[in-house]
Design a protein around this ligand. Structure first.
Ligand code: ZN
Ligand code: ZN
Length: 486
């Protein structure tokens, strides 16, 4: 008997954790942190795995973690998991391992900072406030990472094998194809992971999967269509205006993927002489390190990106206008500089990081522009700016917002519903026995479930947190055998 438990990213987008149990083997796909609402974040503090007050599973019971990609909502629980006793192997691509080494340390550092801040201000109920894990815990967890090749079949037991395919979502991201031998047949289970878009800058498009019995499919944008507009075209007028006014264009951007996409697009615009020569500063240590990772893994580039590497092997992020400011002093020196210039800095929603110093400096001048290029969650500074706030609080001071704030929504690392439907089209005609929707808010999940049913007539199910299902022909179970938790 094979069972599948949804331990996260069920009716929400964070905390990705799926558990496959078969003949005594326990394999977890992703080990993500819950983020966002407090009720979700509280789950990070629960013992793994407590159901109705009882511990039903311990981290040490898990044999393997198969990691689809390095985003914190997929990997961010690993240091805590190791701290609590996990001793198995974490299988992922080499790039995901390297990216996790950057992101998990960063995540730990932010949590330590937050705890320090809470203790200083005394706003935490816990005295002293503690981080979920520390930088040392993150470093300790790196020992358990075992990189494997994409497209290579890996045997986990005599009954279970899997392979990674390209998901085209971020650097190193994968789809998981898993084959499980049962008593009477072999089933194939596919975890889409986070599915990238077709024609994402730099990265290759997601691989198609032909055969699948049970599909666990992400549904982040199950109710949305991305604009087909070219983000480069939206940038041109803003950059021209910045040049003309000798002002500053500030772009808060996520350090992973978005910053590199921006550099790549800006370089392309410059190469085609669509924008004037203007200094571009990349001011985020994490973004700079991730850019270096991109440079050292050219095997993931698509044809267009590959074509840009010249005979001397020059980087695709290299241009005489682009400057990387790693040190604090270099960053501070930007404050005294006059425009025109573009500053790209993290965090993407202006919740922390060096972007705050630049906002403080540049928001009061009506000539400057702030451009939002990513999702701005409710309650963040980025969202307030976008909603037209007249002042924002930064480091305890109220800063007047006179600069013009705009956004472009053409950037996204996730497929929209039409791209998901297109990806599904490659599956054999009668489709999977069951599609389980994960990694989405309930509204997008309903929308996507409806569209899949309408277009393909397949059986779609939206599992809830901690729900367990059986993966065999008898599914769904008769009412008295409705799967409980584990
Ligand atoms: Zn992701
Ligand atoms: Zn995700």
């Amino acid at each position: 008997m094979t069972s599948l438990a949804f331990l996260g990213a069920a009716r929400t987008v964070t905390g990705s954790k799926f558990l496959i149990m078969h003949n005594g083997m326990k394999i977890m796909i992703d080990c993500g942190l819950f983020q966002g609402r407090k009720v979700l974040r509280k789950r990070n503090w629960d013992d793994f795995l407590k159901v109705n007050g009882d511990v039903v599973l311990k981290p040490e019971d898990i044999d393997y973690i198969i990691l689809t990609h390095a985003h914190i909502d997929h990997s961010g629980y690993i240091p805590r998991f190791v701290k609590q006793g996990f001793k198995g192997k974490i299988l992922c691509t080499q790039i995901t391992k390297e990216l996790c080494e950057l992101l998990l340390k960063d995540s730990a550092y932010l949590q330590e900072e937050e705890a320090r801040y809470a203790n200083k201000k005394g706003y935490s109920k816990h005295r002293p406030a503690l981080p979920l894990y520390r930088v040392a815990d993150a470093v300790e967890s790196f020992k358990y990472f075992k990189p494997v090749e994409r497209n290579e079949f890996i045997n986990l037991s005599p009954d279970i094998r899997f392979r990674f395919r390209n998901a085209g979502h971020i650097l190193g991201s994968c789809i998981v194809e898993m084959w499980i031998k049962q008593e009477r047949e072999e089933i194939k289970v596919v975890f889409s992971g986070d599915l990238g878009r077709m024609k994402t800058p730099i990265l290759k498009d997601p691989d198609y999967v032909r055969e699948v019995d049970y599909l666990i499919l992400e549904s982040t944008y199950g109710d949305r269509l991305h604009s087909a507009h070219d983000p480069g075209a939206d940038l041109i007028p803003l950059i021209k205006e910045t040049y003309k006014n000798r002002s500053v264009l500030l772009i808060p951007a996520f350090a992973v993927e978005r910053t590199q996409e921006l550099i790549y697009i800006l370089r392309g615009l410059r190469d085609k002489k669509l924008i004037p020569r203007i200094p571009i500063y990349i001011d985020s240590p994490l973004a700079i390190n991730v850019t270096k990772l991109f440079e050292s893994h050219r095997e993931v580039y698509d044809k267009e990106a590959r074509a840009l590497i010249d005979d001397k092997g020059k980087s695709i992020f290299n241009s005489s206008d682009i400057h990387f400011t790693s040190t604090c002093d270099e960053s501070k020196a930007l404050n005294g500089r006059r425009g025109p210039m573009i500053i790209i800095s993290a965090s993407g929603m202006a919740t922390g990081g060096r972007i705050l110093h630049h906002l403080k400096e540049r928001l009061p001048d009506y000539k400057n522009n702030v451009l939002m290029v990513g999702y701005q969650a409710a309650g963040t500074r980025g969202r307030s700016l976008l909603d037209g706030a007249k002042t924002v609080k930064i480091h305890g001071n109220y800063i007047p917002v006179r600069a013009k704030v705009t956004s472009i929504s053409t950037f996204s690392a996730h497929a929209d519903y039409s791209e998901i439907l297109k990806w599904l089209r490659s599956l054999r005609k009668n489709g999977p026995r069951k599609v389980f929707l994960a990694h989405g808010e309930i509204n997008s999940q309903f929308a996507l479930a409806y569209k899949i049913k309408e277009e393909y007539g397949w059986d779609v199910y939206i599992p809830d947190y901690l729900e367990t299902v059986l993966l065999d022909r008898e599914y769904p179970l008769p009412p008295e055998g409705r799967p409980g938790v584990l």
